[in-house]
Design a protein around this ligand. Structure first.
Ligand code: FES
Length: 161
């Protein structure tokens, strides 16, 4: 198992946070975000690293990281499209959005394009049912999603080197 380490900048941030929380496990979510922003995903090595730092077991870290779909437990593409598959979005056309994404990118849910640009996932309710259909596009929410919006976003990314 290869070693994981925070970047010097993140290590300093982590240390500063540690000093603010008497209970180290309270840092679980901020720590997981820090790792994900640094690496793009949470590797088993990173979980071991956090377990040591937070004085808990790697299973404790895994149980939190695996509970939330916002944490990636395997590498993802530069853009992670997470389309809501729950009822309100389904009733408002998420099926057509899914078919369009699959068609445009040539991948199914859970897959990454060969060029590493896109990963596509289906997720449960994103809490934006009133503006369904909804997806997250990396850190952005895209509400009232349409085929045109999808094409605009995908075309923009594909035009980037
Ligand atoms: S059902 Fe899609 S955001 Fe709630």
């Amino acid at each position: 198992m290869s070693a994981f380490a925070l970047s010097p900048e993140n290590a300093a941030k982590f240390q500063a946070l540690l000093e603010r929380y008497p209970e180290k496990s309270s840092l679980m979510l901020p720590s997981l975000w820090m790792v994900q922003y640094q690496e793009g995903w949470i590797s088993p090595e990173a979980m071991q690293f956090l377990a040591k730092k937070l004085e808990c077991s790697a299973m404790d870290v895994y149980s939190v990281a695996s509970f939330y779909t916002m944490f990636n437990l395997k590498p993802v593409g530069k853009v992670h499209i997470q389309l809501c598959k729950t009822l309100s979005c389904m009733l408002r056309g998420s099926g057509a959005m899914q078919a369009h994404i699959e068609n445009r990118l040539g991948i199914k849910p859970g897959q990454t394009t060969n060029d590493g640009k896109f990963t596509f996932s289906l997720v449960e309710c994103l809490g934006s049912c009133g503006t369904a259909p909804c997806m997250s596009y990396n850190d952005d929410y895209v509400e009232n999603l349409t085929i045109e919006t999808l094409d605009t976003l995908i075309d923009k990314e594909l035009s980037c080197k």
